[in-house]
Design a protein around this ligand. Structure first.
Ligand code: NAD
Ligand code: LMR
Length: 338
């Protein structure tokens, strides 16, 4: 309505916005349509990319203008990180350095550490004080960790990374296996890193049936599948998409990024949790300070880790493997700083 459109706009930053045919191009129209902050929330979009991509970045701006999105109150397309970060309420960090053939892991890490260190300072100095940050670019957890370390004045609870895509992939696999609508499946968990060591856990997942919420595990009745193929399919889905598409996932990553921010800002539905990469407080024995994916509920713009879930031995082992990988990534990232 007229009144809703009179709400003050929120400013959303998307870095790496010029990724043609990729996440930026899929994400920006979703934001402008209200899929991220709701259908009544006007937005201003800031798009940042690097100089070689400035022409494609400008093309995205032209198309945004041509789309005449009613909620879109302004567009800034820039290669200047300070201009991009100014007054930002929500920052979605898609920009980063991709591994090229023959490159060592350390070289890729080193490039991303320097990008995330610089962008952390720009956000800290120029974004809105309560700015919420979502890191999408890989290595997502470790990029978020570096951002957190170099933006100490941003509350650490405001810095997160994307594992909602993995969460949605896990919901999708259960929905396919049981032949039920995906909207009837909830409360899977992605533990740990957004990498092939992540642990997709369906032990607490439920399916809405005529008689209420039932255990997905009981309905599936095949623990072997849940402990093998289900896990590896979700862990390796990113690679399977790259193989099929010759490009990495874009529309599903963009859609999941919107889900992440929407649930964080507007709240998770009652009785439902989602997975988010957040700074560990030591819950479930995960080393404090690590950026680790947990089950969380969100209320009034704040996430909290779901407590008290029973963890069996199988899960414990898988949760520790992915924590160990994150500690190794952290060590590697720090070695790049020196
Ligand atoms: P892409 O290479 O098409 O786009 C990345 C963009 O970032 C490019 O336009 C590039 O110019 C830009 N960029 C590079 N350095 C930058 C900098 N310093 N500042 C601003 N922009 C910069 O990649 P994509 O397919 O859109 O994927 C983006 C990232 O997201 C990749 O790291 C990818 O691995 C990751 N990803 C994560 C998930 C997840 O679930 N967490 C899912 C899919 C992809
Ligand atoms: C994905 O999960 O689809 C991506 O993280 C894959 C990738 O390597 O970009």
């Amino acid at each position: 309505s007229f009144m809703d459109l009179a709400k003050p706009p929120l400013t959303v930053l998307v870095t790496g916005a010029a990724g043609m045919r990729q996440i930026g191009y899929a994400l920006i129209p979703l934001i402008a349509k209200g899929a991220m902050l709701g259908p009544n929330q006007p937005v201003i979009i800031h798009m940042l990319d690097i100089e070689p991509a400035s022409q494609s970045l400008n093309a995205v701006k032209m198309e945004l203008i041509d789309s005449a999105f009613p909620l879109l109150k302004g567009v800034v397309a820039t290669t200047d990180v300070v201009e991009a970060c100014s007054g930002v309420n929500i920052a979605v960090m898609v920009g980063g350095f991709r591994r090229k053939e023959g490159m060592e892991r350390k070289d890729v890490m080193s490039k991303n550490v320097s990008i995330y260190k610089a962008q952390a300072s720009a956000l800290e100095q120029h974004a809105a004080p309560d700015c919420k940050v979502l890191v999408v670019a890989n290595p997502a957890n470790t990029n978020a960790l570096i951002l957190k370390e170099f933006a100490p004045s941003i509350p650490e609870k405001n810095i997160t990374c994307l594992t909602r895509l993995d969460h949605n992939r896990a919901l999708g696999q259960i929905s396919q296996s049981l032949d039920v609508p995906v909207s009837d499946v909830k409360n899977v968990i992605i533990w740990g890193n957004h990498s092939s060591t992540q642990y997709p856990d369906a032990n607490h997942a439920t399916v809405t049936t005529f008689s209420g919420d039932e255990s997905a595990r009981e309905l599936i009745g095949d623990d072997k599948w849940l402990q093998t193929e289900f896990i590896t399919t979700v862990q390796e889905r990113g690679a399977a998409i790259i193989k099929a598409r010759k490009l990495s996932s874009a529309l599903s990553a963009a859609s999941s990024a919107c889900d992440h921010i929407r649930d964080w800002v507007l709240g998770t539905p009652k009785g439902t949790w989602v997975s988010m990469g957040v700074c560990s407080d030591g819950s479930y024995g995960v080393p404090p300070g690590l950026m680790y994916s947990f089950p969380v509920t969100c209320d009034k713009g704040q996430w909290s880790i779901v407590q008290g879930l029973k963890i069996d031995e199988f899960s414990r082992e898988k949760m520790d493997i992915t924590a160990k990988e994150l500690m190794e990534e952290k060590t590697l990232a720090y070695s790049c700083l020196n």
